[in-house]
Design a protein around this ligand. Structure first.
Ligand SMILES: Nc1ncnc2c1ncn2[C@@H]1O[C@H](COP(=O)(O)OP(=O)(O)OP(=O)(O)O)[C@@H](O)[C@H]1O
Ligand SMILES: [Mg+2]
Length: 250
């Protein structure tokens, strides 16, 4: 079953005194429930623009995007700059408590327990709740931002370059975490990356974008085994192999 249908989607940025800049030029694709779906392409091809539109953070010029019966908060986004997305003056526990409080996700008396559970779910010890973002590594901060998204009990995670700022070995562990969460929580994950190596090991299907358009699509294995578009071939030629690191980490 499809959880997301995108049809002829066009996204534009207004420009003073000029016609708007068309960042996404009519893309059509579906994402299945519980799928790990990759959106790949080089810098500037329109990935983040598309991601923001999926999360309703960006208006669309034309076309449609529809999630199958999603309650509020069911689509959550994760960003590249995990450290910067956390308030430096709040402890991790306070930041998570705030999400739980603002969205009335659990009674105040249950918050501490819920925070410990969320941290555990992303592989962090409970005492991280007392830490400030600057005291954590980039990978730990990204885990915290994943925990913050999970607090909303999402059905879909849109992860925009979630591991680009991390070392390769840490990348592998965060990707494995996302893959685990997909299974454990029956999540659908849209993974956006300029790096085919990142998408290669975890995604079921993917689209390759170039200059606002989809130039290739299919099962990840098939696309990697037999890329058709010259642009995909060029991207693949530039890929270091993280799959060894991925299989080596628990
Ligand atoms: N707020 C904006 N106003 C005008 N143009 C923008 C804006 N944001 C992005 N663009 C342009 O839209 C195009 C797509 O940008 P986008 O950020 O979606 O690319 P991307 O694929 O996410 O790139 P990256 O890999 O660098 O994150 C680029 O040409 C960019 O310059
Ligand atoms: Mg981007």
């Amino acid at each position: 079953m499809n959880i997301l249908s995108v049809k002829d989607l066009v996204i534009e940025y207004p420009r003073p005194g000029k016609p708007p800049f068309r960042a996404v030029k009519g893309v059509t694709f579906d994402v299945r429930e519980n799928e790990f779906f990759g959106i790949v392409g080089e810098s500037g091809c329109g990935k983040s623009t598309l991601a923001k539109a999926l999360c309703r953070l960006q208006p669309v010029a034309s076309g449609t995007l529809a999630f199958a019966h999603m309650p509020r908060g069911a689509v959550q986004m994760i960003f590249q700059d995990a450290v910067g997305s956390l308030n430096p003056r709040k402890t991790i526990g306070d930041a998570l408590a705030e999400v739980l409080a603002v969205h009335r996700l659990c009674p105040p008396a249950d918050r501490a327990g819920r925070i410990a559970t969320l941290l555990d779910e992303v592989g962090l010890p409970a005492d991280v709740a007392g830490a400030y973002p600057r005291e954590l590594s980039g990978g730990q901060c990204q885990r915290v931002s994943i925990a913050r998204a999970l607090a909303m009990d999402p059905r879909v995670l849109v992860a925009d370059e979630p591991v680009s700022a991390l070392d390769v070995s840490v990348q592998a562990r965060v990707l494995n975490l996302l893959a685990d969460l997909r299974s454990r929580r029956n999540l659908t994950i849209l993974l956006i990356s300029h790096d085919l190596a990142v998408v290669r090991t975890v995604c079921d299907r993917l689209i390759v974008m170039h200059a606002g358009e989809i130039v290739e699509r299919g099962e990840a294995k098939a696309v990697f085994a037999n890329p058709r578009h010259a642009y995909t071939k060029a991207l693949l030629a530039a890929v270091p192999d993280v799959s060894a690191a991925l299989t080596a980490t628990p």
